[in-house]
Design a protein around this ligand. Structure first.
Ligand SMILES: Cc1ncc(COP(=O)(O)O)c(C=O)c1O
Length: 422
């Protein structure tokens, strides 16, 4: 059912919604309005079933045991990597490393990539803490330079700032592809070109981009990408690190042990390991087989609907929400309202209510509307915008299982709160 950009949607979104059991719940007489997918996406029955099948029918170790359960687990694990590499359009399956989350993917690159002495890492003021802190700590550890490119107040980047920042001494750029606060999408392809012209590598934080837009790592030519599987209808505790094979091969390992070696000889009282190439060199020990199987299923599920379709549908919900929100007195939206460069989320403050948590609490208590409040692990941008991180901001994020009723219930609830708080 993969459909191209611009075609009339053939997707039955009501049917898609019915795939998500959590949305069938009625709490205190109200349906659930789940608008926190940028934090954690709900799981479709297909993903739950795939994982349950593993636990129920072949809960064995992949890659080691030669018995029937072991063989089935190995096959399912290999198949999952295959599905995920297709989802990203990676050139090779071994370029997809299973991790625990996007944070781990970012840390592996930050701490294991060999970077020239005295070189400089660039990151931005819009990064999630997981996209900036690992690189700041790496720079501190090795005495490398660090430069912060400032995002514009509306969440967009000025390409001239990138041209000015990236020079021949830059070894690595870490940039959030789509922000979890403003929802803005960075001009990644242009930034990659500028970086590569100077010999720098690019690490893209795709935690928010991959679940909502078609992601083609070859087309973008990024060197690394960090993905959060739990934000794309997959299981918790799963992430992916994509890396170009040549980089993965030359990187240091971070964990050593079982399954990372082809041989461990014992000669003259010495233990002499021979390590495996990627992906095994990054996947030490017994793996999260159910998690990988669920990740593969989630990738397959989203691809079958079509990432262009999902992007278009979410933008239609975002547009409807923004139309009403922009006219609401006392509401201040962070970031641009240009839906064409935005992921399906909106973040805002309400100046008649003391803190973002009060807004989230009211919506949750009165209407089962679940939004996120806080600083969303993006302290620097909140400080840049003069927003007290303790008061925080409210974020409503949309996904393929939301509908117009969700948008309306959320906004009517917000209007009621604002009216009462004046
Ligand atoms: C932009 C961005 N990067 C990184 C992360 C961290 O993802 P994970 O929880 O998978 O480590 C998040 C999570 O919210 C995010 O939104």
């Amino acid at each position: 059912m993969e459909t191209g950009k611009g075609l009339i949607s053939m997707v039955n979104w009501a049917k898609i919604r019915s795939d998500f059991p959590a949305l069938k719940r009625i709490i205190n007489g109200h349906p659930v309005v789940y608008l926190d997918s940028a934090c954690m996406a709900l799981k479709p029955q297909q993903v739950i079933d795939a994982m349950n099948d593993y636990y129920e029918f072949y809960p064995a170790c992949g890659g080691r045991s030669i018995h029937k359960f072991g063989e089935e687990a190995s096959n399912a694990y290999t198949e999952a990597r295959h599905k995920f590499s297709q989802f990203l359009n990676a050139a090779e399956e071994k370029e997809c490393i299973w991790t625990r989350n996007a944070t781990e993917s970012l840390n592996i690159v930050a701490h294991s990539l060999k970077l020239p002495k005295g070189s400089k890492i660039i990151t931005t003021s819009l990064e999630h803490h997981s996209g900036s802190l690992p690189f700041i700590e790496r720079a501190r550890r090795d005495g490398l330079g660090i430069e912060i490119v400032m995002v514009q107040p509306d969440g967009t980047f000025d390409i001239e700032d990138w041209k000015a920042a990236i020079d021949r001494n830059t070894s690595l750029v870490s940039i959030v592809h789509s922000s979890n606060v403003t929802g803005t999408i960075a001009p990644l392809k242009e930034i990659v070109e500028i970086a590569h012209d100077s010999g720098a590598l690019v690490m893209s934080d795709d935690a928010q981009y991959a679940p909502h837009h078609p992601l083609d790592v070859q087309e973008l030519d990024v060197d690394f990408s960090a993905i959060s599987v739990h934000k794309m209808c997959g299981p918790t505790g799963m992430g992916v690190l994509y890396g170009k094979l040549q980089h993965l091969k030359s990187m240091n390992m971070c964990f050593y042990g079982g399954d990372t070696v082809s041989d461990v000889r014992f000669e003259d009282g010495k233990i002499l390991p021979t390590y495996l190439p990627p992906p095994e060199k990054f996947e030490a020990g017994l793996q999260n087989y159910a998690g990988a199987i669920g990740a593969g299923k989630a990738a397959e599920y989203l691809q079958a609907i079509g990432m262009h379709e999902i992007e278009k549908y979410e933008r239609s919900l975002l547009e409807a929400a923004l139309k009403r929100l922009c006219d609401m007195e006392h509401v201040h939206i962070l970031g641009t309202d240009d839906i064409n460069i935005k992921t399906g989320l909106v973040t805002f403050t309400v100046d008649t209510v003391p803190s973002a948590h009060d807004v989230a609490t009211f919506l949750n208590d009165e209407l089962n509307v679940m939004v996120r409040s806080g600083w969303h692990c993006v302290g620097p941008y909140h400080y840049q915008m003069g927003i007290d991180p303790k008061k925080g901001t409210v974020r409503a994020s949309f996904y393929l299982y939301n509908n117009r009723d969700d948008v309306d219930i959320f906004l009517s609830g917000l209007e009621t709160l604002i009216e009462a708080s004046k």
